[in-house]
Design a protein around this ligand. Structure first.
Ligand code: GLN
Length: 188
């Protein structure tokens, strides 16, 4: 059994904790640097990336988290969490600067605030058919060392770079737990 943290400064924390528990592991809400050092992996949830960034700085966690990621802490960022992980953000400053992708915040536009769509998965273990997008970012570019795990039409929506996993959609909101299981089993 692994201990998986969910950053709980802001955003959609509970549903991630439930998925972790459902997959037979221990989920803990993370609010301090001390809690950060007691986990096998971390989920950065959806929410508002600018608010989460502010709280990471205010609570003095940003630099600790950055160095933990550099030394190999497995992290799964969903939606706002993917924005926090990205190295490049169009018209904005990056936060953790870890994942080699370029992102556009709210890139699907206001007409498509929230939608559900079938994905093409490039990995067999990920069997989730429909994905939920909420004011989602768009991945505009990925470096060659970043693996594309799922696409919506031609656009990557789930990517992996070694110990970092990120999705522009919300796998905690659909019934299937395959994405969480993949992160915990294969990456943590
Ligand atoms: N639009 C949000 C942001 O820019 C992300 C939305 C989400 O996490 N559901 O941070």
């Amino acid at each position: 059994m692994k201990t998986i943290g969910v950053l709980a400064l802001q955003g959609a924390v509970e549903k991630h904790l439930a998925k972790i528990k459902f997959s037979g592991n221990k989920g803990v809400a993370i609010r301090t640097n001390e809690e950060l050092s007691q986990i096998d992996g971390l989920i950065l949830p959806g929410g508002e990336s600018s608010v989460m960034k502010k709280l990471l700085i205010q609570n003095n966690i940003l630099n600790t988290l950055k160095s933990k990621i550099q030394s190999g802490l497995p992290v799964f960022g969903t939606c706002a969490g993917l924005i926090l992980l990205a190295k490049r953000i169009e018209n904005d400053q990056p936060t953790l600067e870890a994942l080699n992708i370029t992102v556009q915040r709210n890139g699907y536009g206001s007409q498509l605030e929230s939608f559900e769509a079938p994905l093409t998965y490039h990995l067999k273990v990920l069997s989730e058919k429909k994905a939920i997008f909420i004011r989602a970012p768009v991945i505009k570019a990925v470096d060659p060392k970043v693996e594309i795990l799922a696409k919506l039409d031609q656009t990557p929506v789930m990517v992996r770079q070694k110990h970092l996993l990120a999705a522009t959609f919300h796998p905690e909101l659909t019934e299937n737990s395959a994405v969480h299981q993949y992160f915990i089993k294969e990456i943590c």
